[in-house]
Ligand binder design. Sequence first.
Ligand SMILES: *[C@@H]1O[C@H](CO)[C@@H](O)[C@H](O)[C@H]1NC(C)=O
Length: 123
Amino acid sequence: MVVTIKSISIFLFFLGLIFQGYCKPCSLGDLSVKKSKTGVKIQGKPEWLVTVTNNCHCGQSQVILNCRGYKTVEPVDPNILTYSGTDYCLINYGKPIYKQPVTFKYAWDEAFSMSPNSSQMAC
Ligand SMILES: *[C@@H]1O[C@H](CO)[C@@H](O)[C@H](O)[C@H]1NC(C)=O
């Protein structure tokens, strides 16, 4: 009997650990934005590949990046990136980003520093 109670409490302890880990809310810091040069030139401007990764187990929707001054000579699918015209870029048309990274390419003289500005957790 004592043994059973002990093993149940050990089981519950580990269940609690797993649950705690699973329920940990996501944060903006779980989004990473990486850029690299593709080596291709478009209208004489270098092309940049941007990868937006969500490192949380929950989806994140309404992902907005800071992208002040964003310009491109290569058209980017608005379903992937919509520029507000001022400071922001909406990623994935607001649809949640899960484990599968979202990528897009643009071409301009310099790479813009894009960092996450806000998102909504879809846990
Ligand atoms: C989001 O954008 C606003 C306006 O540019 C800025 O003041 C704020 O610091 C940004 N937040 C983050 C987390 O980058």
